[in-house]
Design a protein around this ligand. Structure first.
Ligand code: SF4
Ligand code: SF4
Length: 324
């Protein structure tokens, strides 16, 4: 495993899960295999940062009294990246993001980062009560979004499944790094199915005015944590920042949970209260996206519920929503 890791990091930037001193695990640029953790349940932040950075420059500009000029970002300078050890919910989220960023007009920044990305997925060997991937059509050993998938075996080795052409190219470049598989038992987490997402989508069609939204969001403080940890949330804000005559335009993550998110310059806010923002979050993921993007906007990672300071649990609410 260490040799494969070293090989992949020779000519690519490699990101992997690393445990910090506070025991929290996050994916970071990590050339050294010895720091990588394999047994983490879930990272605090998702891996969307690799294709959709928290802050991303869109162009630079110079203004003077008489003229302005713009310098584009050279997308060809985006490096080849390997994401190592991402769980199936996170790798599946890349397809969801693609359905948003490449829906009508292709977002060239996102598309280039995805093109330069190779994903070594890691099937889940543990789960907790917040996980609900099986309720949204994914499983703890799903291959979607991975180029190679690692699956833990009872003897401590990892089974390697080659999924895509990118994965095949790695095998062909370094066949000596792989050994034949000897049918050891696989360790795969169990995740109970809690609701039928098709039923949820169906019920949401007639639920816009349902009192459910007010009753179930009274404690939401609009902190936006749910969106910031989510692997599929794709909303961003665009700002200009300048010093003197030189500046940049950048985008940064945003959240539909914020009151300012929809505030118009006129002062009108179409989502005046928190219950409307919570409704938007759930409706977008489970009703609008299946209709427009032919994709659910949730992969059941449970991060939003783990991170919520007031214990808003999206899976619990979806269980109720499938039958209201
Ligand atoms: S994390 Fe919880 S409190 Fe914060 S915006 Fe999301 S649902 Fe509301
Ligand atoms: S909405 Fe929550 S459970 Fe669904 S993908 Fe986002 S963070 Fe994960």
């Amino acid at each position: 495993m260490a040799k494969l890791y070293a090989k992949l990091s020779e000519d690519r930037k490699i990101y992997a899960p690393v445990e910090a001193s506070d025991k929290k695990v996050n994916y970071q640029y990590n050339p050294d295999f010895k720091d990588v953790t394999f047994d983490h349940l879930q990272s605090t932040l998702s891996v969307k940062n690799v294709v959709f950075p928290k802050v991303e420059n869109l162009f630079y500009f110079t203004n003077s009294k008489t003229e302005s000029s713009v310098t584009d970002i050279d997308l060809d300078k985006i490096p080849e990246v390997v994401l190592w050890g991402a769980h199936p919910c996170d790798t599946a989220a890349y397809d969801v993001l693609r359905s948003i960023f490449c829906w009508d007009i292709k977002d060239e920044f996102f598309a280039k980062r995805l093109e330069k990305l190779t994903v070594v997925g890691l099937a889940c060997s543990t789960s907790d009560a917040y996980c609900f991937c099986t309720s949204v059509g994914i499983s703890p050993d799903a291959v979607k979004g991975s180029d190679i998938l690692l699956l833990k075996l009872e003897n401590g080795d990892y089974k390697v499944s080659i999924i895509t052409e990118k994965g095949k190219a790695i095998l062909e470049q370094s066949p000596d790094l792989f050994e034949s598989y000897n049918n050891e038992a696989e360790i795969v987490a169990t995740v109970k199915q809690r609701f039928d997402y098709k039923q949820v989508t169906e019920h949401l069609k007639d639920s816009f005015e349902n009192p459910f939204w007010v009753n179930n969001s009274l404690r939401c403080v609009g902190c936006g944590a749910c969106a910031y940890v989510c692997p599929t949330c794709a909303c961003f804000d665009i700002q200009d920042e300048a010093q003197g005559s030189y500046g940049r335009r950048y985008r940064s993550w945003d959240s539909c949970g914020f009151g300012l998110f929809t505030l118009h310059t006129s002062g009108h806010n179409p989502r005046e209260v928190q219950s409307q923002r919570w409704r938007q979050r759930v409706m977008h993921k489970f009703s609008y996206m299946p209709e427009r993007n032919e994709s659910l906007g949730c992969v059941g990672c449970g991060r939003c519920s783990r991170a919520c300071p007031v214990d808003m649990n999206i899976a619990e609410q979806l269980e109720v929503l499938q039958s209201i």
